[in-house]
Design a binder for this molecule. Structure first.
Ligand SMILES: [Zn+2]
Length: 307
């Protein structure tokens, strides 16, 4: 048995009557009450035990091999095994204990379960800026987890002070990165809260998860919201209108080409060569409807950027 420390310990505890197991009739039996021949059989069974000594990367490889047979260990479970020591023990007491009263609060921002080490992984990810292995290796023999705990709480407190309402989509966001990027800016929680509500209610916003970083970044990066674009019938109708007018005026049906000075100033683009654009940008209050829709050739649409 390679990963058998816990199993070997359990065998030891069983033969010293620490717990009972069910016999073939479903009756719980402690070792001392078992038939003598069965006791003898257990006691005389030889266990093949290898005590493994190796570098951390070798140990990691062994664990990978073992895991092919059973439920795979996830990354953090592997890290815990490789860097086992006082630091991991302390860290698990705090972050991997489903009885910890803070778990519920943390669950608003961190997804996963304490048992599968998801909270510990997030805490380490945040404090180490993504270098979990290095951090665990460096702190392996530490007798406390003060820095880890402090940083995690700073991030959580910061999030909950900026965004006073808890939304489902907040779970699992990169709060550690957001904290690093944005914590020096100041936000008005009341205004932020009202703006979150507004964006949640706007059908044009397809990606609700993006709302939080969008607001943190001063409402600039609309890509984060995956803004709903004009639907096909709208684009077709606008295309037909523009093209009809362009043909009459002998100009390009792309308004930006039409005012240009190159060969494209008279070009009639096909529908497939054009894209829809918000005349008045969505981020400045422009609606996603026909009268705010203009078809531009793809080059000009791209040049105007994602607004
Ligand atoms: Zn154009």
């Amino acid at each position: 048995m390679l990963d058998g420390q816990q199993r070997i310990t359990s065998l030891g505890r069983f033969i010293t009557n620490k717990f009972a197991i069910k016999d073939e009739n479903g009756m719980p039996q402690i070792f001392g009450n078992m038939a003598k021949d069965k006791q003898k059989k257990i006691l005389e069974t030889k266990l093949l035990i290898y005590e493994c000594v190796g570098t951390e990367s070798q140990i990691k490889e062994w664990f990978k091999t073992i895991n092919i047979a059973g439920v795979p260990l996830n990354n953090q479970e592997l890290h815990n095994a490789v860097y086992s020591g006082p630091f991991v023990t302390k860290a698990k007491e705090e972050f991997s204990n489903s009885q910890n009263a803070n778990i519920q609060k943390w669950s608003a921002y961190v997804s996963g379960s304490a048992n599968r080490q998801d909270f510990l992984e997030r805490a380490l990810d945040w404090v180490s800026k993504g270098n979990i292995g290095d951090y665990m290796s460096k702190h392996r023999q530490d007798k406390n987890i003060n820095d880890l705990k402090k940083y995690f709480n700073i991030v959580i407190d910061w999030v909950s002070s900026v965004f006073v309402d808890v939304e489902t989509e907040m779970r699992g966001l990169e709060w550690g990165r957001f904290y690093e990027e944005y914590h020096k800016r100041s936000y008005n929680p009341t205004k932020v809260s009202a703006y979150v509500r507004k964006l949640y209610g706007d059908f044009v916003v397809k990606d609700k998860k993006g709302i939080f970083e969008y607001i943190l970044g001063d409402n600039k990066d609309t890509k984060l919201l995956n803004i709903r674009i004009f639907d096909e019938p709208t684009k077709r109708a606008v295309y037909e209108m523009q093209t009809l007018e362009a043909n009459t005026k002998k100009k390009s049906n792309c308004s930006l080409c039409a005012v240009g000075h190159d060969a494209n100033k008279n070009k009639i683009w096909s529908f497939g060569e054009m894209d829809a654009d918000h005349v008045s940008a969505w981020s400045k209050g422009g609606a996603t409807e026909v009268r705010n829709c203009e078809m531009l050739c793809k080059t000009h649409n791209r040049a105007k950027g994602n607004r």
